[in-house]
Design a protein around this ligand. Sequence first.
Ligand SMILES: *Cc1c(COP(=O)(O)O)cnc(C)c1O
Length: 388
Amino acid sequence: MDSTDLGLNTQLAHFGEDEKVLGAVVPPIFQSSLFVFDTYEDFCSGIYERPEGPPYHYSRIGNPSVHVAEKKIAQIEGTDGCKLCSTGQAAITLAIMSSVQKGAHVVAVGTCYGPTRYLLEEYLPKFGVTATFVTGLSTEEIFEAIRPETSMVYLESPSSIIFRLQEIEIIAKHCREKGITTMIDNTYCTPVFCNPAKLGIDIVLHSATKFMGGHSDLTAGAICTNSARIEKLIRSEINLLGSLLAPFPAWLLTRGLRTLGIRMQRHQQTGNIVASWLEGQPQVERIFHVGLESYPQRELFLRQMRGSTSLFTFEPKCQEKAKIAAFANRLQLYQIGVSWGGFESLVVPLEMKPDDWTESRWLIRFFCGLEEPEDLIADIEQALVELD
Ligand SMILES: *Cc1c(COP(=O)(O)O)cnc(C)c1O
C-alpha cells in the first residue's frame, strides 16, 4: 500500500512502526546511548554513510525510538525528514541558528512565542544578527521590512496569545525568489490542520510538548524540513548543541501521535462550543479565536487551515488585576498553568501589549482539554460573576 494514499488517522496509527521487534506490536524503548557493529567495516559505514540511521551509532545523533516518532511526524507534515529535540524551544533555537550568519537580518512576527522573540531581539544581537518585528497582518508589511541582508523570515500562524494569521503561501513564494529562508512555528495547527511545507515554507517547527504529546507528560520539539537541511542540522547544530530527544519521551510522543487526529477533532468541537458561548457573555469585550465566524481573518483561516483548536484568549471588559485573579481562582475544571495541548483544561491571565497596540491589556487564555464542553461552560459561567 502506498502510505501517502492513506488517511491521516491511518498514517498516525501505523506509519514508522513496520519493524516489529520480537513481534511486539509497540516498538520498544531503545534505552541505549550507543550501538555496536560486528565488524569495523560495518562500523565505518554506520558512521560515515548514514548520519541518521539505521544503522544507528550514537544517540546524540539518532536513536530508533526517536526515529519512529520522527518518521511519523515527517510523514504527516509532508517533509523529507524530521529531527526531534528535547523541547520545542530547543528545536526553534537550533533551526534559527542554522539559518543565520554574522550580520544577518531577520524579519519575524512580533507576536511569536515569547522566548523566540527574546532569542531574536535580545540574544542573537550578541552575534551581530538583528531582527525587525512585524504584525504579519499584511504581506506588504512583511515585504517592506525585508532588506538586502535579510536571510530569514520567521512566521507563527496563528501566533501566540492573540492568534494572528499570515498568508503563508504568498510569503513563502516571495522569499524563495529572493533566496530567503522561511521558517514557521506550526505548534497551534499541528500537521492535522496545516502543512506549511506544502505551501512552500522551508522549515516547519513544532513544540511537540503541546498537542503532539497530548498528555502533559513530556517536552519535545520537532524540526521538519528537506533532506539537505536535515543532513546539515545533524552535522552541525544537533551534533554540537546536544539536545536530541531522549528515547523514553520519544516513545511517549509516539503514543501521543497515534491519537493526535482524533484529539484534534475533539479539541476543535469543544473550542468552538465554549468560545461561541463565551462570545455572548456580557463580561467579554472580545475573543481571539480563529474558529469563530466573527474572527477578523476568517477568510484566510478558511483558505489556509483545515481546522481550529480549543486554545483561545478573551479580553474581559473588567481590567482589574485582582478581579481577573479572582475569576481564575474560582474556576474548578480550568487549572491555572502555562502550556496547553494535553487532556486537561487550563487558564492563564496575562497582560499583553503587541507592538501595534497603544496600551497593554489584561487577557485571559483558555485551553479546553478533553472534558465535556457543557461542564467547561458551567465552570466558566459560575466564575464569571467575579468579572461583573
Ligand atoms: C510551547 C511553545 C513553544 C516552546 O515549546 P517547549 O516545548 O515549551 O520548549 C514554542 N512555540 C509555541 C507556539 C509554543 O506554544
